[in-house]
Design a binder for this molecule. Structure first.
Ligand SMILES: CC(C)(COP(=O)(O)OP(=O)(O)OC[C@H]1O[C@@H](n2cnc3c(N)ncnc32)[C@H](O)[C@@H]1OP(=O)(O)O)[C@@H](O)C(=O)NCCC(=O)NCCS
Length: 165
């Protein structure tokens, strides 16, 4: 069992090691594997419109997502989100819950659709999960991601209308 709530600053000491370990592997997000704590805080807390965390019944942070406009001005009705689940909590539906929560939040904020700009093609867990949740691959960016072990791999743009479900 887990619950989802807005990020609060006391979460940071528990959240950033989860993010750092994911960025450090260099196989899912474009953020530098050597990102500093301050850079990660800027990326995940300062810049997004909203940051949420998933917590266990005991209060441990096990996952997170961010939500922000994908573009300014005339593209700002489309939102963009990013999701991370602690390795120890994967495969239990946390990302599913986070993504469903983010769609409800996005609708409440007036967004019309959600777009993921750089889903690494080799990240099969993510690609399968987003497809299962109704996102379509609408484009393939050849060699757009420099994977830490596999080199240049394709990335997908994935999209879902928030009026579709
Ligand atoms: C991708 C990620 C968010 C998934 O989190 P999660 O909480 O484990 O996902 P859930 O338990 O909600 O989803 C399970 C579904 O994901 C997919 N999935 C999860 N692990 C998988 C794996 N190893 N292989 C294939 N599919 C997998 C399946 O569709 C699965 O559904 P199923 O059990 O019905 O087959 C998590 O692995 C993560 O944080 N990865 C690092 C960061 C990242 O890649 N973020 C997304 C960037 S686009």
């Amino acid at each position: 069992m887990f619950s989802i709530r807005p990020y609060q600053s006391p979460d940071w000491p528990f959240l950033w090691p989860i993010l750092q370990s994911v960025f450090a592997t260099g196989d899912t997000y474009a953020f530098s594997p050597t990102s500093t704590e301050a850079e990660i805080h800027n990326t995940w807390v300062t810049l997004p419109q909203a940051t949420f965390v998933a917590t266990t019944a005991a209060g441990a942070v096990i996952g997170t997502y961010v939500l922000k406009p994908n573009q300014p001005g005339l593209g700002s009705h489309v939102c963009n989100c990013g999701y991370v689940v602690a390795e120890s909590a994967r495969g239990c539906g946390v990302a599913t819950g986070l993504c469903e929560h983010s769609q409800a939040q996005a609708r409440a904020l007036g967004y019309r659709s959600m777009q993921f700009n750089l889903v690494v093609s080799t990240n099969v867990a993510a690609v399968r999960l987003w497809q299962k949740l109704g996102f379509a691959i609408v484009g393939t960016l050849p060699g757009a991601f420099k994977h830490s072990r596999m080199g240049y791999v394709d990335a997908y743009i994935m999209h879902k209308s928030l009026f579709a479900s």
